[in-house]
Design a protein around this ligand. Structure first.
Ligand code: T1G
Length: 659
């Protein structure tokens, strides 16, 4: 049967009376204007052809439909608009069934919801991730999903933007069945439905829901939304579906969608989306094949090393964890097993998954065991002589093609690399703690790192499911440099008249999960104190220096773990401590500073300015490649609210061509 073409991306063939429509719009089949037009043309054709009994809609490649084209946002609309296409599918007089071969996200999921039947392939996943872009579904998702899966489950899915795999989709009622060959199953389903009554989602009543369960689902969404408006709006629309006609519900949804699409919150989250896609991409590496990495050595199984080990194990790597003594190796193994146990307890992992991970783990005190590794990540005490000695030994043991990575936070990886005969195989991998949870990894491109080594560790970080930000060598890398600048500014404000609780309240109001002083207390104050003491001898006395943090440490206030830091923690609860206020007031008096009041906006403006100045310096030095990279580091490593886009975005510095 010859192929029929309805647009540049939509084609079809006839399979015994069933028109099998295929969308091919690489890389992820977004709903570009020609896809929408092609679908309408296919429906027109099928409506008029007496020999066609119904349609199957499917995608090619890894996606069914990845959603609306986010790059079209803000551009003049082109007909046919997506809601039109979707209404036409639902109202279509012949059975129209989707064969979901891969991801069906956003508008793609809305196409799925409008079909008369839904067959999932084994690689299918379904989601309405619009809230992650600061918007709500704009083509019926909030109204049709609750009709299929009920209000409570719809609040969870739409409010969080979480995607579900084929099995869960069937269990929820979002898909009818999973099939190894979804196309064939969908063709059969069309034939079975031909001439019969069609199940149109819009005609289904939203099933009655337990009001308490609805409130609980709503509360859960709101609790994690950190002041963003889209999740609350999405919940409102889902709840409204039960009491409105489809038409009224769609009108309300559309109006909300258009309003949010033009919001700053959505512009910021779209910036983050495209910044993530741009991160870790280096044109010069485009043609370089990464080296295969299967076995990863991890030196040190403390908090950081065990987190990295878990991350590697759960991503399918073999791990050889090295410690100094057999006893330490055994407790390292136990620490790793303990983290995996917790994952099983919280149902993030199956017991079999845990066993499979442990079967790939070897914990040893024999450095020779690292002979077979393709990559070694060092996570030992952050001391230059310890690390250089380790690299010297590793250099003599691992195979010549293997990569050596240091997880140092503050040391110069170039200095560590000099301990090896081949510094081109040395790279920095700066994980954030806890490394099995935190997504961010600063990949430090050292002076001598070979392009192939860089390409290989980027692929490694990607397989860990983490976000790689490439960074040049500098003290503290991107994150700690920006963080230090912003912390310095926060401490200047303390001296100038603000109190820690006022600065923290401003940051939390802006969307940080925790203010900077509360964060410092949680991390502990002594590491930064030790660093300040180390740097004291070389500090320029003409540069402003705030001594308040030193005074607190000298008074034994080392943060949350000893119950006293910038705050006091009686019974674990953060409370303002007059003793800290007294230290601050004494420091002001000593420098003859007359304190003045700060508004929340002023506090935020000063902190943003400090971050942006440091970010601008990092760009000028070539340490960071793009403003968006700095934004991603601050969002993923330091709690900067994603819906504000990051410090660079917040002052109008955008990654080119994203919105
Ligand atoms: N629009 C435009 N470009 C997109 C895109 C999209 N929706 N999704 C992906 N891309 C580009 C991406 O920039 C990259 O480009 C390439 O595709 C591969 O992406 C009306 C309003 C689909 C799971 O939010 O989650 O529908 O860098 O590297 O890891 O209600 O992309 O190669 O030039 O991420 O295989 C809702 C977002 C839209 C889906 C594939 N949809 N995308 O992951 O590849 S709003 C989304 C993803 C909407 C309706 C509303 C992922 C993916 P380049 P990739 P991947």
């Amino acid at each position: 049967m010859p192929e029929m073409r309805f647009s540049q991306s939509v084609s079809a063939r006839l399979d015994g009376g069933v028109l099998v429509v295929t969308i091919n719009n690489p890389p992820v089949n977004v709903l570009s204007a020609h896809v929408r037009a092609g679908l309408i043309a296919a429906l027109d054709h099928a409506a008029d052809a007496p020999n066609i009994v119904g349609l199957v809609i499917s995608g090619t490649g890894r996606a069914f439909i990845g959603g609306a084209d986010i790059k079209e946002f803000g551009k003049p609309p082109v007909v046919p608009m997506l809601p039109q296409v979707i209404d036409r599918i639902e109202a279509f007089e012949k059975p129209t069934i989707c064969a979901v071969n891969g991801v069906a996200l956003g508008g793609g999921c809305e196409v799925v919801l409008a079909c008369h039947g839904r067959i999932a392939g084994e690689a299918a996943s379904f989601g309405l991730p619009e809230v992650k872009l600061g918007i709500v579904p704009g083509a019926g998702g909030t109204q049709r999903l609750p009709r299929l899966i009920g209000t409570v489950a719809a609040i969870d899915l739409i409010g969080t933007g979480r995607a579900v795999k084929a099995g869960e989709a069937v269990a929820l009622g979002l898909a009818d069945a999973v099939a190894a060959d979804p196309l064939a199953a969908a063709v059969t389903a069309v034939r079975d439905n031909a001439g019969g009554a069609l199940r149109r989602t819009g005609n289904i009543d939203v099933p009655a829901a337990d009001p308490e369960a609805v409130s609980a689902a709503e509360a859960k969404v709101i609790a994690r939304s950190r002041g963003q408006s889209a999740p609350a709006e999405a919940v409102r629309l889902v709840k409204a579906a039960a009491g409105l006609s489809l038409e009224q519900g769609l009108a309300e949804e559309r109006a909300t969608f258009l309003r949010l699409r033009d919001s700053e919150e959505s512009a910021a989250l779209r910036h983050v989306f495209f910044a993530e896609r741009a991160a870790g991409k280096v044109e010069a590496l485009a043609d370089i094949a990464p080296r295969p990495i299967e076995t990863v050595g991890i030196v040190g199984t403390g908090l950081m090393g065990s987190g990295i080990a878990v991350s590697a194990l759960t991503s399918g790597y073999r791990v050889i964890a090295l410690e100094q003594t057999p006893e330490a190796a055994e407790s390292g193994r136990e620490r790793i097993a303990g983290i995996l146990d917790k994952a099983v307890q919280s149902r993030r992992m199956t017991a079999e998954g845990r066993e499979a991970c442990l079967a790939r783990l070897e914990a040893t005190a024999e450095i020779k065991a690292l002979e077979t590794t393709d990559l070694v990540v060092e996570a030992v005490f952050d001391d230059l002589s310890v690390k250089t000695e380790l690299f010297r030994r590793l250099d003599g043991i691992v195979a010549p093609g293997a990569i050596l990575a240091t997880n140092t936070s503050y040391l110069n990886p170039d200095a560590i690399a000099t301990a090896t005969a081949d510094p081109s195989r040395v790279v920095g991998l700066h994980f954030f703690s806890p490394a099995n949870v935190m997504r961010l990894v600063e990949v430090v491109d050292c002076a001598r790192t070979a392009p192939e080594v860089l390409a290989s560790v980027l692929a490694f970080v990607k397989r860990l499911g983490k976000l790689a930000i490439i960074c040049g060598v500098t003290e503290g890398f991107i994150g700690n440099r920006v963080f230090s600048a912003y912390r310095r500014e926060a401490e200047f404000m303390l001296e100038d008249g603000a109190l820690p609780q006022e600065i923290d309240a401003a940051l939390e109001g802006y969307g940080f999960p925790m203010g900077i002083f509360a964060v410092n207390d949680m991390a502990g104050l002594e590491i930064a104190w030790a660093r300040r003491k180390r740097l004291a001898a070389t500090r320029d006395p003409a540069v402003r220096y705030v001594e308040i943090a030193d005074r607190l440490c000298e008074a034994g206030r080392l943060g949350r773990k000893n119950g006293l830091g910038w705050y006091a923690y009686p019974d674990g609860a953060r409370t303002v401590d007059p003793a800290v206020t007294a230290v601050i007031e004494a420091a002001r008096a000593e420098k003859n500073i007359a304190p003045r009041a700060f508004t929340k906006d002023e506090i935020i403006a000063r902190l943003l300015k400090a971050m942006v100045e440091e970010g601008t310096a990092l760009l000028a030095e070539g340490v960071a490649a793009r403003p968006g990279d700095i934004d991603l580091v601050m969002i993923n490593g330091y709690g900067f609210p994603a819906h504000k886009g990051g410090p660079m975005f917040s002052v109008g510095q955008n990654t080119e061509g994203t919105i």
